[in-house]
Design a binder for this molecule. Structure first.
Ligand code: HEM
Ligand code: HEM
Length: 312
């Protein structure tokens, strides 16, 4: 009997092939459009970015660089615990908050280790996000990632055509982001993240019973589906974002976001980025379930499950 994985693998190969063909067609179409007079004058009129409102600060202050790093750091663990939860395997331990002492709960719920770890990291991620948004608004930096002019739409289209025709739109993100970048950052910070928070809270034990609904966007099924879809959004965003950061002037981009300097030739940003990636990798290795259990035991009651018997 053919394995059930085979048709799925075949469908994935066909979908991949179709995607590559569509991409090649889109690249050829974008290049052909730019070669026409109308195409060239559209790109001339809308170069891919528009001026931010007067008084918007430039650059990458320390609070922005630190909250960006911490957010990516916490997301690594949020995504991995989310992937564990999706597999619905028996967790290696169960965690129940205590009824007295630090972090006490009056009516504690027993959580699987992965759910507990997911919620701990979510709390840190949301706190980091709140600090970032408050400082974004207070400093005026918000106007760098919130569209302030309808010109964002033709400029984003122009940016997409330029990327598709395999050239990088002119512009310097030290002073302003490209419109396509602005829309992607806005969607991530002000749409995807709050949606992850609301649907995640809906799935968590803190959601009040009287707000439970059998149907609609906050029903169990819809909330779980939206929450899972957001995982793919965050993964796709990160893949495209990091690829573009590295392919469109890596030294300049990394100097800006990791050191806070406007410099296209220094290698210091590459060094700090490499160091930060090393820190993430080390934390990834150190904070596996045994370490998560050790942390949980400090603040809650933990029941470690015996290892599942090996099959075969
Ligand atoms: C912002 C705060 C967030 C909260 C409060 C939250 C909370 C939750 C809760 C309560 C669950 C269900 C756990 C269970 O079934 O026991 C869950 C599942 C999950 N979360 Fe989150 N989460 C948040 C953010 C995120 C983010 C940003 C991602 C992805 C980038 C993510 C990915 C997932 C995935 C993939 C699952 C498994 C869904 C499934 O059951 O198929 N979560 N989350
Ligand atoms: C760890 C790999 C990452 C690197 C190397 C990186 C690098 C950068 C750089 C260089 C910028 C400035 C853009 C530019 O100069 O063109 C930036 C901005 C940004 N990144 Fe990342 N990033 C990473 C991961 C992430 C992740 C995981 C997220 C969220 C899912 C994220 C969200 C953002 C946002 C929202 C901005 C705009 C921030 C603002 O100006 O307020 N980044 N990133």
């Amino acid at each position: 009997m053919p394995s059930p994985a085979l048709p799925r693998r075949r469908a994935a190969v066909i979908a991949g092939g179709v995607a590559v063909v569509l991409l090649v067609v889109a690249v050829l179409a974008a290049r052909a459009f730019r070669a026409t007079e109308a195409g060239a004058s559209f790109i001339e009129q809308y170069p891919g970015a528009y001026a931010t409102p007067e008084g918007t600060p430039d650059g990458f202050p320390a609070w922005l660089r630190w909250t960006h790093f911490l957010s990516a750091f916490f997301l690594l663990f949020i995504v991995s615990s989310g992937l564990h939860l999706r597999r619905r395997q028996r967790p290696p331990a169960f965690v129940t908050r205590r009824r007295e002492g630090f972090l006490a709960a009056t009516n504690p719920t027993r959580l699987g280790l992965h759910s507990w770890w997911h919620l701990v990291l979510d709390t840190l991620w949301v706190l980091t996000g709140l600090i970032y948004v408050v400082l974004l608004v207070a400093s005026g930096h918000w106007a760098r990632i919130v569209p302030t002019d309808l010109a964002v739409i033709p400029n984003a289209i122009s940016g997409a055509i330029q990327y598709l025709s395999l050239s990088v739109p002119r512009g310097d993100s030290w002073f302003q982001y490209g419109s396509l970048q602005q829309l992607a950052y806005f969607a991530t910070v002000f749409v995807a993240s709050p949606l992850a928070l609301v649907t995640g809270l809906r799935l968590s034990p803190v959601w009040p019973d009287r707000w439970m609904r059998a149907r609609g966007p906050l029903s169990d099924t819809a909330a779980r589906r939206t929450h899972s879809l957001l995982l793919w959004y965050f993964l796709a965003f990160t893949l495209v974002h990091v690829s573009l950061v590295l392919l469109t002037g890596a030294r300049s981009n990394l100097n800006a976001m990791y050191v806070g300097i406007d410099d296209a030739s220094s290698w210091v940003g590459v060094g700090v980025f490499a160091l930060s990636t090393g820190v993430m990798a080390a934390a990834w290795v150190l904070l596996r379930p045994p370490a998560q259990i050790a942390i949980a035991e400090r603040v809650a009651d933990v029941r470690v499950m015996p290892a599942a018997p090996k099959r075969g």
